[in-house]
Design a protein around this ligand. Structure first.
Ligand code: UD1
Ligand code: CA
Length: 466
């Protein structure tokens, strides 16, 4: 049986170079906090628990992070911050001796669970194991010092390193796994007699070696997996790397992206077969795209389910927020359409340019093609809703519903003052303000009558006296 893994996430540092009020580990990649990526990775590794070490912005960090079900998430505060070794010292009292401690950083979001699993396997439950990497420019990093036989002897921080050690290109990534029982003893021996007067976690390596315990190293070549975020520039670089990974993943599933470099998922996207996505689309929250869905360029789509064959034309904004949006099979939406929470479009519904739909159900085949508003409405099958028409759903205090029954034609530029029902098969004349419900099959017209004055002389401009 392999030993249980307890993850320690260091997240107490300030992140000065972000120049932000927000704690560094709460900046986002792919719509998720940096430290949340780390916690989610731990969950995919089937870790037993996660302990996050907080300091700067502790209350905010603690309030923002969540553990997936079945994994315990605890926080310990480190105040003041006296180094990475001191940070882990705060966590070990919470950890059981039968496990392995996997140390991660809250600002290193893109490590793959497979990589961490390989590191854990390398340690085999007995040895400390370090994740390392060769860097052409290792400046600033801890160097992995190896003996003549290639075995790991120590990690020396850049500031403490000799010139010969600074020539070493193999760096410590900041990620290690150590049997907890051993770690506890070695942490107790740390001191801060070094260039930074800090308690270095990396010093546990030399104690392990002194105790005759072999320290393993898992050297990888994918720098993105161990890259940290210290500045807005690095945040943007890792955002791109993350999006690139996601784009590759979707293309492998058969999704056709016009340009994988212009595709952003800030949440969870689920795609069926033969989905096509044009450039510059952003997906947020939970979005499902059914088979054959096509999304035009420059759409923002959040919290929505688009069913098979739905087509979203360019520049459409959809956000279902908590209520969600559904676009039924074969529906056409946009260009320049806006679907808000509770928009529920049936099969083959058409929503055209500059049409806004909120908290409204449109049954199969209904159409609102131009410049219209449907709010708090129930719209029957095959209704045709004219250009420029609106539901006046708000009386200044309360919202009311408009019911438009099947096969109604609403002319252009009508106002339907809710609560009101337009009876099935009825027609509303253009320009009408409808305040009373209408009978099925009736024509309702409610507007000023046209007057005609023959030979009308327009007023003349008066000449100004000189
Ligand atoms: C650390 C390693 C270095 C490695 C590098 C990789 C040590 C002594 N050095 O250096 O060998 O090459 O990471 O990026 O470990 N933190 C706390 N409390 C503290 C200090 C730090 O929680 O008291 C957190 C920081 O917020 C950060 C992480 O620990 O998330 C790493 O700290 P950082 O100061 O970036 O370590 P480095 O000096 O870069
Ligand atoms: Ca660092």
């Amino acid at each position: 049986m392999s030993k249980p893994v307890d993850v320690v996430v260091m997240a107490a540092g300030k992140g000065t170079r972000m120049k932000s009020q927000r704690p560094k580990v709460l900046h986002r990649i792919g719509g998720r906090a940096l430290a949340q990526h780390v916690i989610d990775c731990a969950a995919r590794l089937s870790a037993r628990s996660v302990v996050v070490i907080t300091g700067h912005g502790a209350a905010q960090v603690e309030a923002a992070l969540r553990a997936p079900a079945a994994m315990s998430l605890r926080f310990v505060r480190q105040e003041p911050q006296l180094g990475t070794g001191h940070a882990v010292q705060q966590a070990v009292p919470l950890l059981a001796d039968d496990g392995l401690t996997l140390v991660l950083s809250g600002d290193v979001p893109l490590t793959r669970p497979e990589t961490l699993q390989a590191l854990v396997d390398l340690g085999a439950g007995e040895h400390p194991a370090l994740l390392t990497l060769d860097l052409p420019d290792p400046t600033g990093y801890g160097r992995v010092v190896r003996g003549a036989d290639g075995s790991v002897q120590a990690i020396v921080e850049h500031k403490d390193a000799t010139d010969a050690q600074r020539a070493i290109t193999e760096i410590y990534s900041g990620i290690m796994v150590v049997p907890t029982r051993l770690l506890r003893g070695w942490l107790a021996r740390l001191d801060n007699r070094n260039a930074q007067s800090e308690y270095y976690l990396t010093d546990v390596v030399k104690f392990a070696v002194a105790d005759g315990c072999t320290v393993k190293a898992h050297r990888i070549d994918d720098a993105v997996q161990v890259a940290g975020v210290n500045s807005p520039q690095q945040l943007a670089e890792l955002e791109r790397a993350h999006q690139h990974r996601l784009a590759s993943h979707f293309m492998q599933q058969g999704v056709r992206l016009a340009d994988p470099a212009r595709f952003d998922v800030r949440g969870e996207l689920v795609c069926g077969q033969d989905v096509e996505i044009d450039v510059n689309c952003v997906f947020e929250g939970h979005v499902e795209l059914g088979d054959g869905v096509r999304i035009g360029a420059n759409c923002v789509i959040a919290n929505a389910r688009l069913e098979a064959g739905a087509v979203i034309h360019p520049f459409t904004h959809i956000d279902g927020e908590a209520l969600g949006v559904r676009v039924g099979p074969g529906a056409l939406v946009g260009p320049f359409a806006r679907l808000r929470p509770g928009a529920d479009l049936g099969a083959e519904v058409h929503i055209g340019n500059f049409v806004e739909v909120k908290n409204s159900t449109l049954a199969a085949g209904a159409k609102a093609n131009h410049l219209a508003y449907l709010g708090d409405a129930t719209v029957g099958e095959r209704v045709n809703y004219g250009a420029g028409s609106i539901t006046a759903n708000y009386d200044g205090a309360n919202k009311h519903r408009t019911v438009i029954e099947a096969d109604v034609h609403v002319g252009s530029n009508c106002v339907l003052v809710a609560p009101v029902t337009i009876g099935a098969g009825g027609t509303v004349g253009a320009g009408s303000t409808i305040t009373k419900s209408t009978e099925p099959g009736a024509l309702a017209v409610a507007r000023g009558c046209q007057a005609s004055i023959a030979n009308w002389q327009r007023p003349q401009k008066q000449k100004k006296p000189v």
